[in-house]
Design a protein around this ligand. Structure first.
Ligand code: SAH
Length: 236
């Protein structure tokens, strides 16, 4: 299939090999669980509420974000290219008793089938794992209804992000497995903004997610040097 060119099998394998631990809050996925409430509040605020909204979560993994959005009343579809992660996500619905439609499909193929159907498109901590992030942004833009919003998050590319997101998180603190991230795939906010503009979207907000190793707390704020969230809307 043509679109599979934009899937890095090594990246998918990395996530599949630890897929059984998606819902273990003390596992490699601990940081995602810990930032999840912040992300959900951010998305809710940016989108002007979640109840009744149609959402597609691109790169949903085991469903940490997708379930939390469904819990707030959104009608959520989660897509990913790691079959094992989707299995874990579907199993977890039995426990949470929530409803999420999980599908093994690329963002590009999904966008061909569901153009302009979503109020909210989310794609968090995923772009830095694909060969061609621009193609994902293009697909995400096509999925949005007029007036909808796209929320992305990824890692910035600069010496500080290398020091904190790779050396600090992978080697010093051991928050996530070594080799999780490749520096060259990090994306500067300016590059992200240019790509969004190229797809008819305008950046409405950029916020940072930072980690305080002393208090072991995450917070949203102005520091976008390492991990950051972007909200983009259709440019009127
Ligand atoms: N978005 C989730 C998971 C982030 S981990 C969260 O923030 O909680 C990155 C996810 O991207 C993994 O589940 C991985 O399988 C997925 N992924 C990587 N490349 C992908 C691709 N080309 N298409 C779809 N999903 C992909």
């Amino acid at each position: 299939m043509l679109h599979d060119a934009n899937v890095d099998p090594a990246e998918i394998d990395k996530f599949q090999s630890i897929a059984s631990r998606w819902w273990d809050r003390e596992s490699e996925f601990k940081p995602l669980h810990e930032i999840n409430p912040l992300r959900v509040r951010y998305i809710e605020r940016q989108a002007g509420g979640l109840a009744g909204k149609r959402v597609v979560d691109i790169g949903c993994g085991g469903g940490i974000l997708a379930e939390a959005l469904a819990e707030q009343g959104a009608q959520v579809t989660g897509i990913d290219m790691a079959e094992l992660s989707l299995k874990v996500a579907r199993l977890h619905l039995h426990e949470s008793e929530l409803k999420v439609d999980y599908q093994l499909i690329t963002a590009e193929a999904f966008a061909e089938q569901h153009a302009a159907q979503f109020d909210i498109v989310t794609c968090l901590e995923m772009l830095e794992h694909v060969p061609d992030p621009a193609a994902i942004i293009d697909a995400a833009a096509r999925l949005l209804k007029p007036g909808g919003c796209l929320v992305l998050s990824t890692l910035n590319r600069n010496p500080k992000s290398f020091a904190l997101a790779i050396l600090g998180a992978e080697y010093v603190l051991g928050l996530i497995p070594r080799g999780t991230h490749q520096y060259r795939r990090f994306i500067k906010p300016s590059e992200m903004a240019a790509q969004l503009r190229a797809n008819g979207l305008a950046v409405r907000d950029i916020s940072g997610i930072s980690y305080n190793p002393l208090t072991r707390n995450y917070a949203l704020g102005r520091d976008i040097d390492v991990n950051y969230l972007v909200t983009a809307v259709v440019d009127a």
